[in-house]
Design a protein around this ligand. Structure first.
Ligand SMILES: Cc1cc2nc3c(=O)[nH]c(=O)nc-3n(C[C@H](O)[C@H](O)[C@H](O)COP(=O)(O)OP(=O)(O)OC[C@H]3O[C@@H](n4cnc5c(N)ncnc54)[C@H](O)[C@@H]3O)c2cc1C
Length: 501
């Protein structure tokens, strides 16, 4: 019997799934397949929290598949193993998958599958599933392609999946059963497609009202940001779906922006749409350069900056023990929950690269491990941008002091996440190192004993980082490379402000 295989990678959903739609239209019995690549487990950018989230979402997908009469096979190892097994038993006509924009290892895996298909005379069909354009010739037309892609009609959720009569689904194993572990996260989101849509809808109808103003603070951002990123990262939701739901909400708001339900949403939804476009823009960078976790897109600039891994600074940064209260609170919050808002992510990375002068590969890898929503295309683009190694972006050196007073003026976030400072009053909470000995005793916070002294003088270290960055950016070889980088990766949208993304 001939069958078709839907190979699920990072697209754990049935709705708006081009591969599912295609496989159904071909009429042959279908076997759904998920392979947990064993090589990923050993990768330094992959954490147990990523695998656990993936397995939870996969379990939800497996239930949906079986409810429609379908079957799902699970393998932990090399993708070729289950393909061989299925092919021997049934003869695979086609393997149908969605394109994945990933790091180099994922290209090697896909190439392995393509070669196996060639050898076994099996069709290998891949569909685009977001705004990333494969084999793009020039960035000039990219936006046109992206906008067309995301506004295209959604693929419907199937009502039935035809499967071979003698094929049984596999149980999706737990982390324990696989011998894996993950750090425990606070407020972990619910897995699956239904939860993904519910999260999006609660944002579009209620939580997103003050998104534009609220997104920058870790306190308000926790509720006012959409929180869809973990779902996008494993494909429980597509950018296309998010785009469509947002457009329909924008139309509703436009009819009468002043009703109680709609007030505040106009500008917030516009800002949200730009973030969705950024998602695709940054993913497109990785599509063009799959080695962005190791090599800067402006290698000449990176070489001149010559950052060094100072273990003492790295450990203080990693553990949220720098002696800068707001920074430490953000790092500890992220470690505990697996999420933090954009501005604070940018600060965590920028401080590592520009103030502490640590190599971005090491700090970016640590952040990848902390983010539950790790998405290599966005992550490594942002890590490189915040570290100033693209040559086409302005130098972004965040002041911890400014972020602290702007986004946590009373120190409530700091006190919650840095309990060593819980008795320190507002006037000292941003700069506890200025407390006198008597004040330190009074507030139970002795510097160097209960809470560290600042690891370096933040202001002067940041200034020195900025000036080294500007100097390196002016180098002729760096400038020449920046022109090439802009051709391949630069945003073509007109910029009124300081930087090109
Ligand atoms: C150093 C650094 C690393 C990052 N790593 C990741 C990562 O691994 N995975 C990830 O999804 N995002 C990453 N981001 C981007 C951004 O911080 C997150 O997308 C966002 O905080 C996720 O929360 P949300 O879904 O509530 O976002 P919202 O603000 O509600 O935005 C909605 C969606 O738009 C997209 N988006 C928002 N901001 C950006 C941005 N600046 N660039 C690209 N896309 C964006 C995301 O898909 C996001 O889910 C990183 C940012 C920085 C500075």
């Amino acid at each position: 019997m001939s069958v078709n295989v839907i190979w699920f990678k990072r697209d754990l959903r049935l709705s708006d799934n081009a591969s599912v739609n295609d496989a159904i239209s071909r009429g042959l019995p279908i076997i759904c397949l998920f392979n947990l690549d064993a090589q990923r487990i050993g990768r330094i950018d992959v954490s147990g929290i990523h695998i656990e989230w993936e397995l939870d979402c996969l379990r939800s997908l497996a239930r949906d598949i079986q409810e429609l009469g379908g079957v799902i096979k699970f393998n932990f190892g090399n993708i070729i193993e289950p393909l061989e097994e299925i092919h021997q038993k049934y003869t695979i006509d086609s393997i149908i998958a969605n394109e994945e924009t990933g790091l180099q290892w994922s290209w090697h895996r896909d190439k392995l599958v393509a070669d196996w298909c060639d050898f076994n005379q099996v069709n290998f069909i891949e569909h685009p599933s977001n705004g990333v354009v494969r084999k793009l010739r020039t960035r000039d037309d990219w936006k046109k392609h992206r906008d067309k892609r995301v506004s295209a009609e959604l693929f419907p959720k199937p009502s039935k999946l035809l499967s071979p009569n003698d094929c049984q689904s596999d149980e999706i194993p737990t982390m324990d059963q696989l011998g894996l572990d993950a750090r425990v996260l606070e407020n972990r989101p619910k897995p699956g497609e239904v939860a993904a849509l519910a999260t999006l809808n609660s944002f579009l109808n209620e939580r997103g009202r003050n998104y534009r103003k609220g997104m920058s603070s870790p306190i308000t951002g926790e509720v006012m940001c959409s929180r869809i990123s973990p779902y996008l990262s494993v494909g429980c939701l597509t950018i296309k779906q998010v785009f469509h739901h947002t457009v329909s909400r924008q139309r509703q708001v436009k009819v009468d922006p002043r009703t109680a339900d709609n007030r505040g949403f106009t500008s917030s939804l516009t800002s949200f749409q730009s973030r969705l476009a950024w998602h695709c823009h940054f993913m497109q960078r990785l599509e063009a350069e799959a080695t962005m976790d190791e090599i800067a897109i402006n290698p000449e600039l990176d070489e001149l900056l010559n950052r060094q891994l100072d273990q003492r600074k790295f450990i203080a940064w990693r553990d949220g023990k720098t002696g800068w209260p707001f920074f430490d609170a953000c790092m500890r919050y992220l470690t505990a929950t697996g999420w933090i808002n954009f501005r604070m992510r940018a600060m965590l990375q920028s401080v590592a690269s520009n103030t502490l002068w640590l190599p971005w590969q090491a700090t970016g890898t640590h952040l990848a491990n902390l983010f539950m929503d790790y998405e290599p295309g966005i992550h490594w683009s942002q890590v490189q941008m915040q570290s100033g190694v693209t040559g086409i972006n302005s130098v972004r050196a965040y002041s911890v002091g400014k972020q602290s007073t702007d986004h946590d003026p009373d120190g409530e976030f700091i006190r919650k996440w840095v309990p060593e400072l819980s008795n320190v009053p507002k006037e000292h909470i941003h700069e506890p190192w200025l407390m006198s000995q008597v004040e330190q005793e009074e507030y139970d916070c002795r510097l160097g004993i209960d809470y560290p002294e600042p690891i370096v003088d933040e202001k002067s270290a940041r200034k020195s980082g900025i000036s080294m960055s500007y100097k390196a950016k002016g180098d002729p070889a760096v400038k020449r490379r920046a022109k090439i980088v802009f051709d391949i990766h630069g945003s073509r949208s007109r910029q009124s402000g300081r930087s090109r993304n």
